[in-house]
Design a protein around this ligand. Structure first.
Ligand SMILES: NC(=O)NC1=NC(=O)NC1=O
Length: 162
């Protein structure tokens, strides 16, 4: 969708356009209500700080849309298409290492490991996972919030063009 169309379309259409970027109602409302945006950069900047901080319940609700890193992404939804584009290509060794890392992360934090995957190799994603295992629960919530926002900003810049 063009930015000028996004700025002037109906509320429902605008909300449906941003939902695949981050499915959190308070965040969607803030982005939609922040229209009109002068540029896509202004829109992605809003994505990074709208509705901050996100609550644990909001984070966990949003995580339900994110497949595990290194896992096969099924489905025809807009979210699934974004995930397939964002996920790194992994060889068998990396896939096994990520599966093991995901298991360790889920045992520690009781939620799926979420990282902004676009532009990152499987090795980098795994190294970040190992680092984050040492975070406190509060520190990790703040990191997950930031990663969701980075993914949302990238998805918005892919969905809305100048
Ligand atoms: N578990 C995840 O981190 N999933 C994802 N990260 C991305 O950047 N896209 C995803 O689907």
């Amino acid at each position: 969708m063009l930015l000028k169309e996004f700025n002037s379309t109906s509320r429902d259409e605008a909300a449906a356009t941003v939902k695949p970027a981050l499915d959190i109602a308070r965040w969607i409302d803030a982005i939609v209500d922040g229209r009109p945006y002068a540029s896509v950069d202004a829109l992605t900047a809003a994505a990074l700080d709208a509705a901050a901080p996100l609550s644990e319940a909001e984070l966990d609700g949003a995580l339900a849309h994110h497949p595990r890193i290194g896992a096969k992404v099924d489905g025809t939804s807009a979210e699934a298409a974004h995930s397939r584009r964002e996920q790194p290509s992994v060889d068998d060794a990396a896939r096994a290492a990520l599966a093991e890392g995901n298991r360790a992360y889920e045992a520690r934090f009781d939620r799926v490991y979420l990282v902004r995957a676009a532009g990152r190799s499987a090795e980098e994603i795994l190294a970040l996972l190992q680092q984050r295992l040492g975070n406190t629960d509060e520190q990790e919530l703040a990191v997950v919030d930031q990663q969701l926002r980075e993914i949302a900003a990238l998805r918005l810049s892919a969905a809305i063009e100048t």
